[in-house]
Every structure is written in C-alpha cells, then in structure tokens.
Write a protein that binds this ligand. Structure first.
Ligand SMILES: [Zn+2]
Length: 544
C-alpha cells in the first residue's frame, strides 16, 4: 500500500489546493470592497480587521462548494470509432459545472522530443447540447480558448484524432499510437486539459475524469486504471495508459505487485517465455532494491503500428505501465537478447524514477543508472554472461568517446535539455551508464566487496521513495558520496567534464582495454591475464 498512500497524499494535496483557490479568489473579491474601510481604521484596530478579512474565504468555501472544481471542471469522455486501419479515433467529452468567463482548452503539443502532437486533432467543436458550435479562439500549439458568458449546464467537446503520422522508430512508444494489431491510448496526449483562463498553470491540476473506451470488435483493453460500470475513474490522466488489441494476458503476482503481462500481434517470442522473463526480472529487481511496491502493474508487448524492417524496439514506462513495441528482425537469438535488455531497463523504471517524488530533472542518474542496472539484473539472473557485460561497457565507452560534447557538457548540465540535440541525449544515456559502472566497480573495490551500487540504490529507495520525500541532484550526489571516497569522482565525472580514460580507470580492478588502433575497432574489455586475489573476487562478485 506504500505507493497508493503516497499517490493519495499527493492527490488530496492537489484537490485541497484546487478547492482553496476559487474560494480565495471569491474572498479577495469581497475584500477588495472592504479595503477602503481598512484604510480608514485606526492602527490598533487593523490587526483584528485582518483576521475578519479571512472570514470571506470560509464563507466562499461554505456557500459555494461547487467552486471546488471551478478552475478545472470534471470531464466525462468517451473514446469511440477506433479504426485500426485508418489509424483514427473519435473523442467526445462532456463538461459540467462550466465556470463563467474565459475557458482554456489545452492539448499536449510535445512530449519527450515528439513535436506537433496537436496537429493530429481534426474537426474540434465545442457545443451546448443540441446547440450550434461555439466560436473557438485558436491560440496555437494545441491551445484554444472560448468565452462562457451565461451559465450553461454542460458543454460537449468533440474531435477526431489521426494517428497516422510517421515518427522515428524509437519514438512510437512515447505517444498514443494505433496500428492494425494494437493501440496504446495515453490520455496525456489524447484529452485536453480544461481550466479557467485566469489559471496560469492549467497543467498543474488535472480535471477529474471518467472515461469510456469502445474497443474495436474482438479487441480487449488492458490497463492499471480502475473501472466501475463501464467507466474508468482516472485519478491522474497524465499517467493513464490503455493497451488495446487481441490480447494474450497472464497475471503474475510478485510480492505485493499484481503484475500483468499483455501481448498483441505475432512477436515471434513465445508468450510463456515472455511471462517467465517478466516474472524473473520483477523478482530479482524487487530483491535488489528491497522493493515494497504494491498494486497493479502492466507490462505490454506489441508490434509497431507500421511495418518495420530489422531489429527495433521502442519503449516507455509511465507510472505502473511498460509500453514496449518490438520488431524482431530475422535473428531470433539476437532479438531475444535485445528484448530482455530493453525489458529489464523499462521494468527498473517502476522504481527509478517512478516510485520517487522528483524535484528536478536528473536523467543522467535515472536513465544512466537504470541502463546499468538492466545489465546487472540480467547478469545476476545468468541471462547474460560476464563477457556480455564487459562488451556492453565497451560499447558505451565507444559511444562516449565519439560524443562531441563529452568534454564540454557535464552529466548534470546535459540532463534537463537531453532532447535539445542527439549528442546531449547520447551523453545522458551512454556516459550515465559508464559512470554507473565505474561507481559500482570502485565502491566494490573500496569496500572490499561488502558494498555495491545496489546498496546505494536501496538506501535511496528507502530514504526517499518509501517516505515520499522529494529527491533531486543534491540528495542523489550526497548518497553516492556517503559510501566511500567519491568526492573527486563526483566533481570531475558527474558535475564536471573531465574526459574519462577507461583503460586507466579500470586497471585497478583487473580489467584491461584491448583496442586495435589501426582499424579503430570497438574497445574490448577483458580480465587481465593474472588478476590478484582481490581483483578475482571483485570480478566474480559482479555475477552475485
Ligand atoms: Zn529509460
């Protein structure tokens, strides 16, 4: 119940803030008329008068309870006419308790580097039931506004969504998609946020939402959202994901997690093999981090919405859902090795960062260290060998050593703008993983094998995720620094831009870098021919 209590706490804080703001505005309005009287009062009477001025807030809350949702009115939406072949669908939302004045309608326009999302919306209309369409002011980038001059009991918002635009293959899992065999509906880019014009942070508070989805004939819906009488009651539309298709599903209870695997299409990977892998990774990662997560979790596997060539995957973990699209190419063994790495990466996001309350972007840690943890998970499960692990480090180092920003941009500086250019993005992932590996090896070395990176991850999870305390760069760096002598490492390699010399960095641990400089082949990391007893112990412990 740890996670649901945390979410409830956040939800109730948001709701309280949402309830207070309209009432406070109402109170300020009344107080405006009282302010002249205030200025006329002798000084000694002003303090008690200030207290009386708080009373209008209570008055407004008591006598205008509907104002609770005045800034973000509740929405009831229906997604229907889902057409897999034309890759389109229709949305109809009904808005009740419509606040008077200017109303904003905001559709997401970009997410994780995918731009122009609002261009997928067609035939947008706002109407009173049975009435004519209201004029909409187009503000650009998915932002519309309209004036509500007289009370209306309800307004209907309708539009079509065309999801046929081609994207870079790595981007398909990041946003809503629809293909002939499956679809992913992500409410964050499908439904608008509706709020009063005066609310500058329309995105800060979600509209309470009930949702009905009419799936195509023969298709099922998999989601972690709760449903009641054909409607999903959505607590957080920004995190809600629905997976649609002719699904093969299995339930896998893992400790407190109610984990479900749902697959669509012919992925060439047997369903049982996928389910066994998901269960093994979930158990191992829960043991590694001391996981206490509870509730519904969903791991999906689907083909891309368009035919692809070669081995490809695209994935995103949102809340408790892993969205994973996969095209196996023509080498089944290579395909499964690739799939298990991507899956282990995404499933660790259930913890990092999704179980945490994040203050700022520190992708260098949650992407780089998650990428590394995927390899250590598979190594402990004996699904990859020490050779695969060392090859993966060599591959990351090669990508890092060709990155033009490696000596100009620190990991911390690259994280907030990782989508600004491919080099920043690569640096966050590749150098991030390399740093995780070097930290892990050094901590094992300094502690004589008693501690590893996973002990630091477990401490972070217990201190911040389980307690709901906010976390950012400062807390993560402090935790990394606590376990040993890491001041220089953090200053130079995480906060700074010192170039990493891999051969020098891993020499102590009994590892060497072989590279044929003449043909610029990939650096190959190997165990030194005669490792010391301490080096041998460190290397053998990597697999435990
Ligand atoms: Zn990731």
């Amino acid at each position: 119940m740890v996670k649901s209590r945390r979410q409830m706490a956040v939800g109730s804080r948001q709701k309280t803030a949402g309830a207070l703001w309209p009432a406070l505005r109402c109170a300020l309005f009344i107080r405006y008329y009282l302010s002249t009287a205030y200025r006329l009062l002798p000084f000694a009477f002003r303090q008690p008068f200030t207290v009386y001025c708080l009373l209008p807030t209570a008055y407004c809350l008591l006598f205008f309870p509907h104002s609770i949702y005045a800034s973000t009115p509740p929405l009831t939406c229906r997604i229907a006419e889902i057409a897999p072949h034309s890759r389109s669908l229709s949305v109809m939302c009904t808005l009740v308790d419509v606040p008077l004045g200017k109303l904003q309608l905001r559709f997401a326009d970009q997410f994780a580097g995918v731009k122009g999302l609002s261009e997928r919306i067609f035939a947008l209309k706002v109407k009173e039931a049975g009435g004519a369409a209201w004029p909409l002011e187009i503000r650009g980038d998915g932002w519309y506004s309209l004036s509500v001059k007289a009370p209306v009991p309800r307004l209907n918002i309708s539009y079509d969504l065309h999801l046929a635009r081609a994207l870079d293959p790595s981007q398909y899992a990041l946003v809503s998609s629809l293909g002939s065999e499956a679809g992913f509906l992500m409410l964050s880019d499908l439904l608008p946020q509706v709020c009063a014009e005066a609310e500058s942070g329309c995105s800060a508070q979600a509209n309470p939402l009930r949702l009905q989805i009419i799936a195509p004939d023969g298709w099922q819906i998999a989601t972690t959202e709760q449903s009641h009488e054909n409607f999903f009651e959505i607590a957080d539309p920004q995190r809600a994901v629905f997976f649609l298709g002719r699904l093969r599903e299995q339930e896998l209870p893992v400790n407190g997690m109610k984990l479900r695997v749902a697959m669509a299409g012919d992925s060439s990977v047997a369903s049982d093999r996928v389910a066994r892998l998901v269960e093994a990774i979930a158990r191992e990662q829960a043991a590694m981090i001391g996981g206490k997560e509870q509730g519904d979790f969903l791991v999906t596997l689907a083909p891309f919405p368009l035919p692809m060539t070669g081995l490809r995957s695209s994935a995103l973990t949102r809340g408790h859902t892993v969205v994973l699209m996969f095209n196996p190419g023509d080498d089944p063994a290579r395909a499964f090795a690739h799939y298990q790495r991507h899956l282990a990466h995404e499933m660790f996001h259930f913890y990092l960062p999704n179980a945490f309350r994040i203050r700022e972007n520190f992708d260098w840690f949650w992407e780089g260290f998650t990428r590394y943890t995927a390899f250590t998970t598979l190594l402990r499960l004996r699904l990859i060998t020490l050779r695969d692990y060392l090859d993966a480090l060599g591959e990351e180092y090669e990508a890092y050593s060709f990155n033009p920003l490696r000596a100009r941009l620190s990991l911390i500086a690259a994280s907030p703008d990782k989508f600004a250019n491919p080099a920043s993005y690569e640096l966050v992932y590749r150098k991030g993983m390399l740093i995780a590996a070097l930290y892990d090896l050094e901590l094992r070395w300094q502690s004589g094998g008693r501690q590893s990176l996973m002990d630091v991850m477990r401490a972070l999870y217990q201190t911040y995720a389980l307690s709901g305390r906010e976390v950012g760069n400062r807390e993560v760096l402090a935790e990394l620094a606590k376990s040993g002598d890491f001041a220089r490492f953090i200053r130079d390699d995480i906060e700074g831009t010192r170039e990493i010399d891999l051969a020098a960095a891993i020499k102590h641990y009994g590892l060497v870098v072989d590279r044929d400089l003449n043909n610029r082949s990939r650096p190959r990391i190997s165990v030194t021919p005669k490792p010391s007893a301490k080096q041998r112990e460190l290397i053998s412990h990597l697999e435990k």
